[in-house]
Design a binder for this molecule. Sequence first.
Ligand code: UT7
Length: 338
Amino acid sequence: MNYSRILGVGSYVPPNVWTNQDLGRLMETSDEWIQQRTGIRQRHWVDLNSETCSSDLAVPAAEKALKAAGVRKEEIDLIIFATLSPDHEFPGTGCFFQEKLGVPGIPALDIRQQCTGFLYGLSIADQFIKTGMYKKILLVGAEVHSKGLERTTHGRDVAVLFGDGAGAAVIGVGEEPRIPKASQIFSTHLHADGRFAKELWVPEPGNAHSGDRLTPERLKDGGHFPKMNGKTVFMHAVKKMPEVLIESLKANEVRLEDVDLFVFHQANLRINEMVAQQLGIPAEKIFNTIDRFGNTTAATIPIGLDEAIQAGKLKPGMLVATAAFGSGFTWASALFRW
Ligand code: UT7
């Protein structure tokens, strides 16, 4: 059996910055409310009048990841594309991305696990490498949320949280375990509980209605905007993230204090602070980016890894733990040595 590892990561956010004050021009909100409740100061949004979509943001992120990994795009055996903000209903955004990256012929697999999309994708990549079926996999998490948000006072509880961006990782064969501090993915742990599917969701368009997938009436009612029961999501996130993190440490017989860096999903700074508090993780071991980018959903973890490298916080040989929670509900963790 092979071992897998992350060979390189890259990220990209569109240039337009929207501060909390800028959002105050679109809706009744304030910098104080957003910062206190979420820790977000700003987010990047694509030009709303442009045709820019998730597959566009994914291309520069992927090119950076390939460069960091020292891998040519022609060497990639599989694309895994995680997004909740696809370019179109179908085909999968991975196909549009594949065409833009210029790698025709290789398989492109879209996955729909929202905030845990990157970790679900990492788990899939890990299995394909371990079995030897593929040697190099390009895993992308990319989102253009801005165009799908209800950017008014009515939608403000959700609209202020989300940013656009993309992150990518190249997954390949890991180092032999007998090498001290071998770079490899130790394990991934995935969960879902569909009883909570409607706590954070976009109802339209959908076939779970009588009649057409989308009607002018349901469009007028704003069924195509995300709906969230924020308190329920928060409550479950602060319970499930520590649980799934501990699950990964136990599975690998690793102590919490052995972990060098925690790169969590970025939904709310308060969630990550509460996770750290419950487990006793020192603040300096957690790398957060939410203040600058908001919640970029499937892209938060690869953006976090890339930013951590740029900031000199993530170095070869480090033991890294990640965890995420979000819509579905889905939650997941991964433990790997960089
Ligand atoms: O990736 C996973 C996805 N999402 C999450 O993890 C989100 C988890 N949940 C949360 O982060 C928090 O629940 C929120 C940040 C979304 C909301 O914080 P909260 O402390 O639960 O606030 P709330 O929803 O109870 O709202 C409190 C008040 C309400 O006003 P009233 O009814 O008390 O008068 C809201 O209408 O704040 C109001 N409010 C806002 N005010 C200013 C809601 N959104 C805003 C806003 N600006 N953007």
